[in-house]
Design a protein around this ligand. Structure first.
Ligand code: ATP
Ligand code: MG
Ligand code: MG
Ligand code: MG
Length: 569
């Protein structure tokens, strides 16, 4: 690739609208351009990186035995009614109508479509186990899209769905996918951690999330320093203001007999609640006069102004819910939310986004395991607070009795679930077993945020000069920079020859023949994060060498052609 024939459009300005480093750098490097909230165009440069991630995911999924398919993005309402999710999925589901007034949604996920495919395709146990996957565009009408492609509304996901006659076989494939995810994230050069997760609205029994560790992460993970124990309880969705059904479905997932108040969780985890964050529940009515129930989180000790719940929830009028109403609406245990008392002089810590809020909660799964989690958002993420919590946690034993708990922030880049038979039963998927009897297959589903990974990788790999891509994700592995190509044909020729040698050696290389001044050219190549840079100049040629520098090295070195090829190849 000759950069003179490419569309590279970098900027020196730091974009004001971007809060986190990956968003800033993706804009500065010209990888993405915003069309509307949560909708981004991938530029030629950005797309090269996205495709590299896609390729790693695809190759590892294929190697693990999964089979690629491609399903429609637009899905008919009828399928979603079969599973009850047309109503239950909540506000993230973008509902659309065609010219015949028939309803569809833009798929946020594909359990319904794949189960429909399976009930038409799969008839016998002999076709199982099977794991179908796709890499495809999803749409979720996120309450607060932010951080660029990190939390977009339209984004690229790899989603896989497996079908099994026995639970044991589902468990085996779950482990296969778990191991495959480890290989994918390792290959992409990410520092990650697999954590126990809540199964959430998707339902099912076993679930792990894969988190890229980064201080800007929206999730908090409690992990042990003495064992593999790590857990995240996601509350962001659980407290979404919005239709009662969605809130109630979300809340039920943490509604176990051992549910605790914030203070209980703090005691259990040995966390000193330096910042108390409370859930409050309200009832009211919307603009159409329809009764509504909503939850909000408020930060008690940061009282600054009157709570603006009507703005927060979009309700025309409201009052605080009574405990009886909460129990009724959420099916929660009495006492779960603590006494509901009038609040005043508290600050709403975020607008409609509950993802930017914090809570402390614990539940237990069927093994008696504690899903101990702390979930806080950027508004609470001043370093002192993170440090406070880390310090407070130190010395509390891990729930599995081994080691001590610590807290890290993470970005969810992958999620594996054992769905069980929930979808197969709802959609009447059966196959004949080896005795000729109809049996309902067990299912697993496995997601990876392909586009989110691009941003997550930058959070872990950057410096003052810009992005420093892990090799597998870089737009190019190497760039040959030509100094003064127009005025110096010998230099231009030598650079072209070196570039061609690299390409022949299988290196994904580019030739920077744009004729920029060295300073501007080097700044671009550093900003866009290319791992290997080779400079071809008149002075170097005279000395028989090229100036080589690795993106992470502090100094350049003068190397001959062979040494350059050896470094990069
Ligand atoms: P989150 O907790 O961040 O909202 P999720 O749990 O809702 O994610 P899943 O349903 O598990 O997401 O989807 C699989 C993967 O898709 C996630 O692990 C994440 O990497 C990615 N993903 C989900 N929502 C978004 C989004 N709005 N923008 C970009 N990637 C996303
Ligand atoms: Mg999640
Ligand atoms: Mg989500
Ligand atoms: Mg998830």
């Amino acid at each position: 690739m000759r950069l003179s024939h490419f569309h590279l459009h970098t900027s020196k300005e730091t974009p004001a609208e971007a809060e986190i480093i990956s968003h800033k750098l993706m804009l500065k490097a010209g990888m993405i351009r915003k069309l509307a909230a949560g909708l981004y165009t991938w530029s030629p440069l950005g797309l090269r990186v996205l495709r590299k991630v896609e390729r790693a995911v695809r190759e590892e999924m294929n190697a693990a035995g999964a089979i690629e398919v491609l399903m429609p993005a637009v899905q008919p309402k009828e399928l979603w009614e079969e599973t009850g999710r047309w109503e239950k999925f909540g506000g993230q589901l973008l509902k659309i109508k065609d010219r015949k007034e028939a309803w569809y949604c833009f798929g946020p996920t594909h359990e319904e479509v794949i189960t429909d495919f399976a009930r038409n395709e799969l008839a016998s146990y002999k076709q199982l186990p099977v794991n179908f996957y796709q890499i495809q565009t999803k749409f979720r009408d996120e309450i607060r899209p932010r951080f660029g492609v990190m939390r977009a509304r339209e984004f690229l996901m790899k989603d896989a769905y497996s079908f099994h006659v026995t639970d044991a076989d589902l468990g085996r494939e779950y482990q296969n996918m778990y191991d495959t995810y480890g290989r994918i994230f390792t290959r992409l050069g990410l520092k990650f951690r697999a954590v126990f997760a809540d199964t959430g609205a998707i339902g099912g029994s076993a679930s792990h999330e894969f988190h890229v560790l980064a201080d800007s992460g929206e999730d908090a993970i409690a992990f042990s320093d003495g064992s593999d124990y790590a857990a995240n309880v996601e509350l962001a969705e659980a407290v979404s203001p919005g239709p009662r059904a969605a809130a109630s479905e979300e809340l039920r997932k943490v509604d176990t007999p051992t549910q605790k108040t914030c203070e209980d969780v703090a005691a259990l985890m040995g966390i000193a609640l330096t910042r108390t964050v409370k859930s409050i529940a309200i009832v009211g009515s919307d603009a159409d006069g329809k009764p509504q129930f909503a939850l909000a989180l408020v930060r008690g000790d940061h009282a600054v102004n009157e709570i603006k719940l009507s703005k927060l929830t979009g309700l025309a009028e409201y009052r605080l819910a009574t405990e009886a109403e909460i129990v009724e609406h959420l099916g929660a245990q009495p006492g779960f939310l603590g006494p509901v008392k009038p609040v005043k002089n508290v600050r709403v810590i975020a607008d409609r986004s509950v993802a930017a809020m914090a809570d402390f909660v614990v539940g237990a799964n069927e093994n008696g395991y504690h899903l101990a989690g702390v979930n806080w958002g950027r508004d609470l993420a001043e370093p002192a607070e993170v440090a406070d919590i880390r310090n407070a946690v130190a010395g509390d034993p891990s729930p599995d009795g081994q080691g001590r708990l610590g807290i890290a922030r993470g970005i969810e880049v992958g999620h594996v679930f054992q769905l069980g038979r929930k979808y197969a039963e709802a959609m009447k998927l059966t196959v004949l077993d080896d005795t000729g009897k109809a049996t309902t297959p067990a299912m697993g589903c496995y997601g990876i945020g392909v586009s989110r990974i691009v941003a997550a990788a930058i959070e872990q790999n950057h410096d003052d000069a810009g992005i420093a891509w892990p090799e597998a994700m870089a737009p190019w592995q190497a760039v040959v920079c030509v100094i003064n190509p127009k005025n110096d044909p010998a230099v231009a020729e030598a650079a072209l020859a070196l570039y061609q040698d690299l390409v022949k050696a299988g290196v994904d290389a580019a030739l920077d023949d744009r004729g920029l001044r060295p300073g501007a050219m080097f700044a671009d190549i550093e900003l866009i994060g290319v791992p290997h840079r080779v400079v071809v100049s008149e002075r170097g040629l005279a000395a028989g060498s090229f100036e080589y520098r690795h993106r992470r090295a502090s100094e350049a070195e003068n190397l001959d052609r062979g040494a350059v090829l050896a470094r990069i190849g």
